[in-house]
Ligand binder design. Sequence first.
Ligand code: GLC
Length: 559
Amino acid sequence: MKKLLFAITVTLWGASPLLAADTTPSAPISPDTVPRTAETPAQHDARMAWWREAKFGMFIHWGLYCIPADGEWHMRQHKESLSDYSKLANEFNPTKFNADEWAALAQDAGMKYLILTTKHHDGFAMFHSKVSAYNIYDATPFKRDPLKELSEACPRHDLKLGTYYSVIADWGHPGGGAGCPKWDPAQEGSLDDYINNVSIPQVRELLTNYGPIAVMWFDTDGSNVGSEERAARYEPVLALQPNIIIDPRLQHFPGDFQTAEGRVPLLAPKGDWELCTRTNGSWGYTSAPARTLADLLGQLTDAWGKGGNVLLNVGPTREGIIPPDSAECLREVGAWLKTNGEAIYGSEAGPFTYLPWGTCTRKGDHLYLIVLAWPTDGKLPVPISTPVTDAHLLADPGKLLKTHLINGKTIIDLPAKAPDATASVIALKVAGQITPYHSLLLDKPVVASEDQKDASHAVDDDSASAWRIPSASGSLQVDMGKPETFSVLRYSTPYTTVAKAVLEVQVGNEWKTVYSEDNPKGTEFVRTFPPVTGQVVRLTITADKPAMRIGDFELFPPL
Ligand code: GLC
């Protein structure tokens, strides 16, 4: 009988009488509220202040897909019909879910906000929605609202609550999958009806029924069906929480920050940005083991050193628990932050584009050197000549470290053994301006073997731009304006498999090879060689097939 009732509900969601066109806010907006679009820079900064201080949040991908346990795209990957996929709800009874345990774990990990997938692309709401019965409260034996429980638990653990919501991508409601190939007639329908009758009313529920929502983390499944007019329809409901911070994935809507998914860009993005990344190989639960602490901290500190926030994902199980190895990994990060958090919370990007031993954050006149590769000779080179008035390890604040200014750079004397096997942090107080340290090729004139127009993208300060050519092979020649000495090459080749890479320097009328490599693995490379002096350099990349890209081409002096 229960099954039958459920089947009826499932077939009804599209045509449910509960769905009523609804695009106006239900709560009055105070006349003092400044719309996001009309904010002054100071008002914008005030709204972003907690997020910039927080630096670290927990992402939680949890939904019906944790049962088949092969990732949150299960329904689409297996082209399961809604009537089949939705049967998972009958067996979804995560009785071990305990909101306080999750929030306490996030707090132990040093996280300051928590974002739950309130509805992923499968269309199943993880909150008690009155808009569609396809939700955890109405459609499962669990009969609880995890979002409500988390909204109560978060403040008890000093966490802000955010909501991930798949906004114009919903394979579980008619019209919601408008932009992607459909595999089930139940998905047919009008996208605009879906937006007006499901998506906007559910966003209103999220922003009305759960207290303060700090972040709205919209997502889509790659469908490109947004428009300015469609995005504008969300504005009145978003105004229900005037201080909310919004990600950039509601298409045609100005988000408050940029996202980087799974990978830290080689060069720091401008403005506010957030890395979302995972504790194991997937977003939704799979049995894949958690990453090692060294791997994770390497990536997290890279993002923090480039001024980003980090939203670190866990995928809870069908029982409602965060996998123990993920939890352990998070606690280890938390223990690291207990000692080294001063370097992270409220910090900005460091002034160095590349450091051979790690990364660096900055707060005013303090630099925080995050050392991943502890020097074997006990001497840490830092590319600054600004006077240092204090240097100490965050793990040993009472003991001052000696610094020396040698040939325009600062050398710090370090103890033989790193206090932390993974990443140790040195706080430096500096008196005076710091000259930014970047590639010798930055913004220098480039001559391309073809398609000159985009060549400068390879030497600009933006990793998202690239020199793209239709051929498989091409070269970029850069004149540094004066002879320079360099010993590090860093380059990236987005979406390109490199068959051969060659760096040459011009000596008189000849080209001398500095570096050459066949089939390097990956798309981002750092290569060091004995110092070379020259003014004009040339990088030639041969890809395994036509259409080659060079994202960044950089040279650095020896440190
Ligand atoms: C990707 C995945 C999606 C996930 C998101 C998190 O877009 O396809 O499932 O929710 O990343 O950023």
